[in-house]
Design a binder for this molecule. Structure first.
Ligand SMILES: Cc1cc2nc3c(=O)[nH]c(=O)nc-3n(C[C@H](O)[C@H](O)[C@H](O)COP(=O)(O)OP(=O)(O)OC[C@H]3O[C@@H](n4cnc5c(N)ncnc54)[C@H](O)[C@@H]3O)c2cc1C
Length: 406
């Protein structure tokens, strides 16, 4: 039998973190012998579909203390790393490889080409120039250290050997099991970044309407604010995705059955009431169907009147005190029974993974097993939508590569 090939570094996982790490460490240490092992036929498949095929590479947020606020899990550990390698360094890194990353008005940053293929081509070219072996259709089944302290990496066709192992397999349950078997704690994985299902035909008819709201969950401390979009299955949009990320574990425990409270104006009750009373006083001869708030479409306003059980044909002068209160209550705190979640197809991630306590965030080396490193989504780190998840992949991969010592 052939003796397994010995590498300085084996990277398991040909995704965003694996490629970035392999390229950067090889460029810093050209003599290293490195290979990337990828189970799929093709590498970088998530990069390809990311950001609707445009790849939202990072976010235009250059202050680490602000940036960490987008990470429900990992904010504490990423603060110091973001000072070494944050969005600006990401932009510079790609610029050196002739890929210009540009910002949209909401802060999300994409390659100028607006195509994820640009990022893939950049990685493939850099990997080739650095002589990194990329071995596809190689599914790692288990890893172990032999008596000479060398890593043995087993795949169905071949065994590989390496001095150092970087695991960058994203949210792969099999690899988490393997890590568990070598004494690493795994925070149980649950989905993050999802939309809410609400069975309400009248609401569904308003699909496409969006407005700035405040959201909370009954009997919970979870809150969020921002744009909310009505869909044909319930609610989506940044405010909902934010709630799904911060509440990933709590909502999982609730089996995605909970009451969502919508403040349609993102304003306190008294403020809403004052505005309605003032409008009523000045427009007493008009019917209530005349919308007050510019952020609502006419259809959404009529829906809210209907939800408050007031006739649309009623003149403001005839709206009773009780009806006024009903309207204020609807605007301030409408209750919706959420019964399930739907995948947000633009971006989704897994909360959970390698317990961050097991990792040295200066080198990304395991504190349990020497010469073993982690980067990317395999860690118990995940973020809101907007380029932050890739930023975690680049930053953790950079920390490994920049500080690697043979
Ligand atoms: C539809 C979608 C769109 C997204 N869009 C964005 C976006 O625009 N911006 C953003 O910031 N984030 C986005 N994300 C999240 C982002 O893609 C991930 O956070 C990121 O890809 C994680 O990088 P990674 O390298 O850690 O893992 P991955 O990119 O998942 O790569 C892991 C690799 O390891 C391989 N692998 C797994 N197990 C094994 C094994 N046993 N042996 C060998 N290989 C293995 C996998 O096949 C895969 O290629 C999106 C996610 C999805 C699902």
């Amino acid at each position: 039998m052939l003796k397994p090939k010995l590498y300085d570094i084996l990277v398991i996982g040909g995704g965003a973190a694996g490629f970035f790490a392999a390229i950067h460490v090889q460029e810093k240490n050209p003599m290293l012998k490195i290979a990337i092992l990828e189970k799929g036929k093709d590498v970088l498949q998530k990069v390809k579909i990311s950001g609707g095929g445009r790849c939202n590479v990072t976010h235009q947020c250059f202050e680490p203390k602000e940036l960490v606020k987008y990470y429900p899990r990992g904010h504490k550990e990423l603060l110091s790393p973001f000072y070494s390698f944050g969005p600006q360094e990401t932009i510079n890194w790609f610029a050196q490889k002739n890929v210009k990353i540009i910002a949209e008005t909401d802060g999300r940053m994409f390659p100028e080409s607006n195509s994820s293929q640009t990022i893939i081509d950049c990685f493939l070219k850099a990997a080739m120039q650095a002589n990194i072996e990329v071995i596809t259709q190689t599914n790692v089944n288990y890893i172990q250290k032999n008596s000479q302290n060398i890593w043995e990496v087993n795949t169905p066709n071949q065994t590989f050997e390496a001095q150092h192992l970087l695991i960058a397999t994203g949210s792969n349950p099999k690899i988490w099991e393997i890590c568990k078997s070598i004494n690493h704690q795994i925070i149980s994985p649950v989905p993050s970044l999802f939309t809410f299902n609400v069975q309400d035909k009248q609401l569904h008819e308003l699909m496409g309407n969006s407005c700035t709201v405040a959201l909370s969950i009954k009997d919970s401390k979870l809150i969020s604010a921002g744009q909310m979009l009505i869909t044909h299955w319930g609610f989506s949009g940044p405010a909902v995705l934010k709630l799904s990320a911060w509440g990933a574990r709590e909502l999982f425990d609730k089996k995605y059955l909970f009451t969502l409270v919508v403040n349609w104006l993102n304003e306190p009750f008294d403020e809403i009431k004052n505005q309605i009373v003032a409008f009523k006083d000045q427009n007493s001869k008009k019917t209530i169907s005349n919308k007050i708030f510019s952020q609502f479409t006419q259809r959404l306003w009529e829906y809210l009147i209907h939800k408050s059980q007031i006739k649309l044909s009623k003149k403001w002068a005839d709206v009773s005190k009780q009806e006024m209160n009903q309207l204020c209550n609807t605007l301030h705190a409408s209750h919706y029974g959420v019964n399930g979640k739907s995948t947000f197809k633009e971006e989704f991630v897994t909360a959970g993974g390698i317990d961050l306590k097991n990792v040295n965030f200066k080198t990304m080396e395991s504190k349990i097993t020497p010469n073993l490193y982690f980067a990317g989504e395999i860690l118990n780190i995940d973020a809101l939508t907007g380029g932050f998840n890739f930023q975690n992949a680049w930053t953790s991969a950079y920390l490994f590569a920049e500080n690697f010592k043979l």
